[in-house]
Ligand binder design. Structure first.
Ligand SMILES: NC(=O)c1ccc[n+]([C@@H]2O[C@H](COP(=O)([O-])OP(=O)(O)OC[C@H]3O[C@@H](n4cnc5c(N)ncnc54)[C@H](OP(=O)(O)O)[C@@H]3O)[C@@H](O)[C@H]2O)c1
Length: 443
């Protein structure tokens, strides 16, 4: 006869677990979709997990809020849920750094597996949480933290494990991808942002999205898993989309490029590049065709070659799909009595390379006086810094002022930044309107 789950042994027993009891922290967009899926597709989940998933307790801020589902034992105190003896697994879907981080630590300390979608906590505190989980012999899973419903972290960690990953380029923020898609159609940044807010893609305070904070958080998680590099968002160079002008998207299109906010990680000399910034991509690259709020991650492995994952990076149901994948994994292990996988060998010791060392082509747009000698001055500055000029286009002057668009060959970031400074200081330059890095196709 199956024994009931043993709390004293952190549920690691080898009989059949009839029910895996979930403590659900947060019943918002994602939490409600998770609870609804558990209520409506128990058979599918039971087949996948060999257990019955039960939302045993839940925590919210406002218990009176209508959520379209009925839950027992709802409290406003998440700690009460974490500490409850009848909760086997904690699913953290509150968002934000605190109290989420403290609650996850408390759950792990108590020997309870944790499933979360919280990119902020995992990107900044993932290593600490993993160390604690390893010491306590419990699982910590967060498939939903990057790319919403796209299966990404598990394939990277398991299915592509035989590869030496060479590069990863990703569109991992749906809000900015929506904004850039609108700007490619001629909208200003402000109009595109207003539309994104109206459609619920952007928050009232859009800073985390448009300043690339969210994408850098997600890239830190990807870099750790894909390259075995110890990395937090603080090591990631970050530039957002606020300063972009639709004219540059139009010029880029004429030259055969699409503009995307790209999260890029690449194996370089002696380390890994990790950066998030707007980048021109050849229009025939698979990522260039990912429009609207969709997400995609394009990888290059030395065995598998190019692989692309794409889909819905946000939304209650899509994100719940990833949370439930983790939950069924945890529940199956509990049901079958499988041991927790010991931690994998730590990071490779490779550093994240300083941004100054990164080499890329650059697109530059200068507003200059329409006078003789302008080109000579520009080429002199670039030649002094050893930057090759691939092409120059001068647009028709208007009122004695002209736009000059330069495309450089690949050069070090430090040299390009200095070029930007010196070009801005030329007597014939009115302003350097844009500098946008360019990504090659490679695959
Ligand atoms: N939404 C997405 O598409 C998406 C996609 C990927 C990842 N994620 C991640 O998933 C997590 C949840 O996001 P969400 O969009 O579902 O957030 P949300 O809609 O704002 O829901 C948050 C939930 O947590 C509850 N809550 C917040 N602070 C609390 C506290 N101190 N005590 C008790 N309850 C508290 C809220 O209660 P009330 O309902 O009473 O206010 C609400 O139920 C976040 O980490 C987010 O980054 C979301």
């Amino acid at each position: 006869m199956a024994r009931p789950p043993s709390r004293a042994r952190g549920l690691r027993y080898s009989g059949t677990v009839k029910a895996v009891r979930i403590g659900l922290l947060g019943v918002g967009t994602v939490g409600a979709a998770v609870a609804k899926a558990i209520a409506t597709r128990g058979d599918v989940l039971a087949r996948a997990s060999r257990a019955t998933l039960v939302v045993q307790r839940a925590a919210v801020r406002d218990p009176a809020k209508e959520r379209g589902l009925s839950l027992d034992r709802v409290t406003t105190d998440p700690l009460e849920v974490v500490r409850a003896d009848d909760v086997d697994v904690v699913v953290e879907l509150l968002g934000g750094e605190e109290p989420a981080f403290g609650l996850m630590k408390e759950a792990i300390e108590r020997g309870k597996p944790v499933v979360t979608a919280n990119k902020r906590v995992v990107s900044w505190h993932g290593p600490e949480l993993h160390d604690l989980a390893a010491r306590k012999g419990v699982e910590l899973r967060y498939e939903a933290a990057v790319g919403g419903g796209i299966p990404l972290l598990a394939p990277l960690a398991d299915d592509l494990a035989a590869n030496r990953l060479l590069e990863l380029r990703a569109i991992i923020n749906g809000t900015t991808n929506y904004i850039l898609t609108q700007m490619a159609g001629g909208s200003s940044f402000q109009d595109a942002l207003a539309r994104a807010q109206k459609l619920g893609y952007a928050e009232a305070d859009p800073s985390d999205d448009v300043d690339a904070v969210d994408a850098a958080d997600k890239l830190a998680i990807l870099v750790r898993i894909a390259f075995g590099v110890s990395c937090t968002p603080k090591e990631i160079f970050r530039e957002g989309v606020r300063a972009l002008d639709p004219i540059d998207l139009a010029y880029g299109r004429e030259m055969g490029y699409a503009l995307k906010l790209l999260a890029i990680a690449r194996r370089g000399e002696g380390g890994i590049e990790a950066r998030v910034h707007p980048a021109f991509l050849p229009a025939d690259h698979p990522l260039a065709r990912v429009d609207g709020a969709r997400n995609a991650v394009h990888l290059l492995g030395d065995l598998c070659g190019p692989v692309m994952f794409s889909g819905l990076g946000a939304g209650g149901d899509a994100t719940a799909s990833a949370v439930l994948a983790d939950l069924t994994h945890v529940a199956r292990r509990l049901a079958l009595g499988d041991p927790v996988e010991p931690p994998r060998p730590g990071h490779t010791g490779l550093p994240v390379l300083p941004m100054d060392e990164v080499r890329a082509r650059s697109y530059l747009r200068l507003s200059v006086d329409d006078v003789p000698g302008v080109f000579a001055q520009i080429t002199h500055v670039l030649a002094e810094l050893g930057i090759g000029l691939a092409s120059v286009i001068q647009r028709e002057p208007v009122s004695g002022q002209a736009d000059v668009v330069l495309m450089t060959y690949a050069a070090r970031e430090a040299a390009l930044r200095e070029a930007q400074r010196r070009l801005a200081a030329l007597p014939t330059t009115r302003s350097v309107r844009a500098r946008i890095r360019v990504e090659e196709s490679r695959t």
